[in-house]
Design a protein around this ligand. Structure first.
Ligand code: MEV
Length: 327
């Protein structure tokens, strides 16, 4: 008998990258989830399997062995999962062998927070399996610590939304505040299919900021103002303003060097098809873009993204953070 837990993927509506420098971001959990199923083994081996990534590995006495797929990729993807399991085992107090199976409804490495969702769902599944009593705050902390291994200097926005769900106003120094947003937010997410690393994109922005501090400082202030105005617009259900602010936010992201041709192509297609606003989401450099659309234009925007070579799907916000599916 195993335990399955899940955690939501996310889109950052406003503020990615600038959030790393203390500015606020608006992030929402979407109705696509990552699942982790944990089962006890008779030995002391941790066995990790990701169907989506076609990767499989075992860890025995700290020795990492790739059973399937590229060893470098297996190490990169599974390292934070291993760390999260080790933290739960430390609370449990005894070594236990575990089979862990991960599956995802969202593309991986595409800016939709799948890596944080993998860690949060794994932490919940393994702690429930071993009867280790941990709070949501513990899951957030473990996910954040494990994310640091792959992302370098993450802001914590991905672990927060994967754990708590809903719509959050997130800021590094003050943490997060749930936003009570009544409006139906219909987003088309367009995956460029271009894989990239969050760490590399975050470093790219750091280099631009170091080279042009006086140029980037006002951009940070501008990003803050965009978020504050977006909160007001979302509360008033003023989607026109939200769309305009998304366009301005995208220009800032392009300015700090994290857009690319594949994203620009899909963003232009969505805008021409009648989207209220469009921008990259997450780390950029490929990955995904989002387009805000009125309901009557959703189909047109989706088709336009598809024709432009992207892989589109419609996402809605969800309130549910990490949860146990089955035990
Ligand atoms: C990645 O989803 C969001 C970034 O702002 C990095 C971070 O906040 O950790 C690019």
């Amino acid at each position: 008998m195993g335990v399955t837990a899940s955690a939501p993927a996310k889109v950052i509506l406003f503020g990615e990258h600038f959030v790393v420098y203390g500015e606020p971001a608006i992030v929402l959990a979407i109705d696509k989830r990552v699942y982790a199923k944990a089962e006890k083994r008779v030995d002391k081996i941790l066995h990790l399997n990701s169907a989506n990534l076609a990767l499989e590995a075992t860890i025995e006495n700290g020795v990492f062995t790739t059973e399937k797929g590229n060893p470098k990729e297996a190490k990169l993807r599974f390292e934070p999962v291993k760390t999260a399991v080790a933290k739960v085992l430390a609370k449990h107090g005894a070594a236990v062998g575990i089979d862990l199976e991960i599956s995802s409804e969202v593309p991986v490495g595409a800016g939709l927070g799948s890596s944080a969702a993998v860690i949060a769902s794994t932490t919940a599944a393994v702690s429930t399996l071993l009867n280790v009593n941990i709070s949501r705050e513990d899951i957030f902390r473990i996910t954040f610590e494990a994310e640091k291994i792959v992302h370098g200097t993450p802001s914590g926005v991905d672990p927060a939304i994967a754990t708590f769900g809903g719509t959050l106003l997130f800021q590094m120094d003050t943490g997060f505040r749930p936003l009570d947003i009544k409006s139906e937010i219909s987003l088309v997410i367009g995956n460029t299919g271009v894989e990239r690393s969050t760490r590399v994109q975050v470093e790219k922005v750091r280099a631009v900021k170091e080279k042009y501090p006086q140029v980037v400082e006002p951009m940070l202030r501008s990003a803050r103002e965009i978020v504050l105005r977006a909160v007001e617009a979302l509360k008033k259900d003023d989607l026109e303003t939200v769309g305009e602010l998304m366009n301005i936010n995208h220009s800032l992201l392009r300015g700090v060097g994290v857009s690319d041709d594949s994203l620009e192509w899909l963003i232009n297609a969505a805008t021409k098809a009648g989207a209220l606003g469009a921008k990259l989401t997450g780390a950029g450099g490929g990955g995904c873009m989002i387009a805000l659309s009125r309901k009557d234009k959703l189909e047109q925007v989706t088709e336009a993204i598809q024709r432009a070579g992207g892989n589109p799907f419609i996402a809605r916000k969800t309130d549910e953070g990490v949860r146990i599916e089955q035990s």
